[in-house]
Design a protein around this ligand. Structure first.
Ligand code: B12
Length: 293
C-alpha cells in the first residue's frame, strides 16, 4: 500500500511525463510505484485517472495540443497493459462479464479499468474497446452466458443508448445479465434513468464487490489452512514492501523471528493479539492481512 501523499506525488510526476510526451519516463514511474507496493486500484484510481483528467485540462487550456493528448492516452493504455501483466488475479470465480462503452462513445479507458479490476477479482471478462450497434450487442449476449454487462458512458448524450440496451435486455428470456452502469456521465446521477438498470457505480474502488453482490455470488469461507496461507503471504508482501527483514519485523513486533517465519509460511495458527502486533509493526490495517488480493 502507498500513502495518499505518495500517490499524489507519483500522479504529478506521471502527468509531467505525459506532458513531455515521454513514454519511457511514464513507464519507469509506474513500474517504480508497482515495485514499491502501490496496488492496482491505487494506480488506476489515484494516478492514471486524475492524470488523464489533468491532461484533458491542459489540452483545454491549449498548453498541449490534440496530438500530445492522443499520445498521453496511448501511453496510459500501455500502463494498463503493464499493470495487468504485473497483477496476480484471484482464482477463477466462474463468473463472466462483458464490459463495453455504449454505442457512440469514444472514451474507453475507464471501461478498460473496470474490466481489469474484474479480471483481477477472478472474473472472465470480454472487453470491447468500442460500443457495438445495440442489436449486435444483444445477439452477442444471447449467444454467450454473460452474468454481468458493464456499460460505460462518458458523454451524457449517449445515456439514451444505455437505456435502450437495458430495455432490450429486459425483454430477453432469463437468465439475463445484470447491468452495471459507470463512467463520467453517471457522476451526475440526474443524468441516470435507473429504469431496467440494476446498479450504478460512482466509486470504482467498490465496483468489483458491487458486481459480485449484483449477480448474487456468495463466497464460501476459507478453511483455516487457506486463511493461514493468505495471512502469511500478506505479511511477507507487506514486510518486503516496507523493506524489513524478518529479524527487524520480529524486533518491532516483539515476536520471535521463528514465529514470524512460521506465520509467513502459513504454518502458524496465530492469535489475534499477535496479528495486531504484526499489523502495527507493518503499519497496515489488520483487515489487510486477512484477505487475498
Ligand atoms: C482522452 C480523452 C478523449 C480521447 C478518448 C480516448 C479513449 N480511447 O478513451 C478522445 C480523443 C478519443 C476523446 C474524444 C472526445 N472527447 Co474526450 N476526453 C478525454 C479526456 C482527456 C480523458 C478521458 C479519460 O481517459 N478519463 C480517465 C478515465 C479513467 O476516467 P473515466 O472514464 O471517468 O473512468 C473512471 C470511472 O468513471 C469508472 N468507469 C468508467 N466506465 C465505467 C464502467 C463501469 C461499468 C464501471 C463500473 C466504472 C466505470 O472507471 C474509471 C476509474 O477511474 C477527458 C478529460 C476529462 N476531464 O476526463 C475528455 C472528455 C471526456 N472529452 C470530452 C469531449 C467533449 C470529447 C469529444 C466530443 C471531443 C470532440 N469535440 O470531438 C470527443 C467525443 C467523441 C465521442 N463520440 O465520444 C469532454 C466531455 C464533456 C462532456 N461531459 O460531455 C471531456 C470531459 C473534456 C472536456 N473537459 O471537455 N476524448
Amino acid at each position: 500500500m502507498t500513502t495518499k501523499e505518495q500517490l499524489a506525488e507519483i500522479r504529478d510526476r506521471y502527468v509531467d511525463a505525459l506532458s513531455d510526451a515521454d513514454p519511457d519516463a511514464a513507464r519507469a514511474i509506474i513500474q517504480d510505484a508497482i515495485d514499491n507496493g502501490a496496488t492496482t486500484p491505487q494506480i488506476y484510481l489515484s494516478v492514471l485517472t486524475p492524470a488523464q483528467v489533468k491532461i484533458g485540462e491542459l489540452w483545454h487550456r491549449g498548453t498541449i495540443n490534440s496530438a500530445q493528448e492522443h499520445l498521453a492516452t496511448a501511453i496510459t493504455m500501455q500502463m494498463l497493459d503493464m499493470q495487468r501483466q504485473a497483477a496476480k488475479p484471484r482464482p477463477p470465480r466462474g463468473l463472466r462479464a462483458l464490459v463495453t462503452p455504449v454505442e457512440g462513445e469514444a472514451h474507453f479507458i475507464g471501461a478498460r479499468m473496470f474490466a481489469d479490476l474484474l479480471v483481477m477479482d477472478g472474473w472472465d471478462v470480454d472487453f470491447f474497446w468500442m460500443g457495438s450497434p445495440i442489436q449486435d450487442l444483444i445477439q452477442y449476449i444471447q449467444g454467450r452466458r454473460v452474468d454481468l454487462l458493464g456499460l460505460s458512458t462518458t458523454m451524457p448524450e449517449y445515456m439514451a443508448n444505455a437505456r435502450e440496451i437495458a430495455s432490450q435486455i429486459s425483454e430477453l428470456p432469463p437468465p439475463r445479465p445484470k447491468i452495471l452502469l459507470g463512467g463520467a456521465a453517471v457522476r451526475d446521477l440526474t443524468n441516470v434513468d435507473m429504469h431496467e438498470i440494476d446498479g450504478v457505480v460512482t466509486n470504482v474502488a467498490e465496483a468489483a464487490n458491487q458486481a459480485r453482490v449484483l449477480v448474487g455470488y456468495t463466497e464460501e469461507s476459507p478453511t483455516l489452512d487457506q486463511l493461514l496461507v493468505t495471512i502469511g503471504q500478506n505479511v511477507r508482501t507487506a514486510r518486503t514492501a516496507n523493506k524489513l527483514t524478518q529479524k527487524q519485523l520480529s524486533e518491532s513486533s516483539g515476536l520471535d523471528r521463528t514465529y514470524i517465519s512460521l506465520v509467513e509460511h502459513g504454518k502458524q495458527n496465530l492469535t489475534i493479539g499477535a496479528m495486531l502486533k504484526i499489523a502495527d509493526a507493518l503499519n497496515v490495517p489488520i483487515n489487510n492481512l486477512l484477505h487475498a488480493d
